[in-house]
Design a protein around this ligand. Structure first.
Ligand code: ZN
Length: 69
């Protein structure tokens, strides 16, 4: 993970202080959560993991295609 901070809207793992998962409505306080600035949403670790995997795959493909990898 070293392609830098190209987008300020990149999702990132954080520890939530409040709120709930946007998908399953599980409370997130004190838990690891995926913060998605674009949608201003938080997902629990369970729901966030596949989202992050999708994002990383997309970022990788783009880097390969544009030759910046
Ligand atoms: Zn969830």
């Amino acid at each position: 993970m070293s392609y830098g901070r190209r987008y300020s809207g990149d999702p990132r793992w954080t520890t939530a202080r409040f709120g709930e998962c946007a998908k399953c409505k599980k409370p997130l306080a004190g838990k690891r959560a995926l913060f998605i600035p674009n949608g201003k949403t938080c997902l629990c670790e369970e729901c966030g993991r596949p989202e992050m995997a999708t994002f990383e795959a997309a970022a990788f493909d783009e880097a390969v295609m544009t030759g910046t990898w």
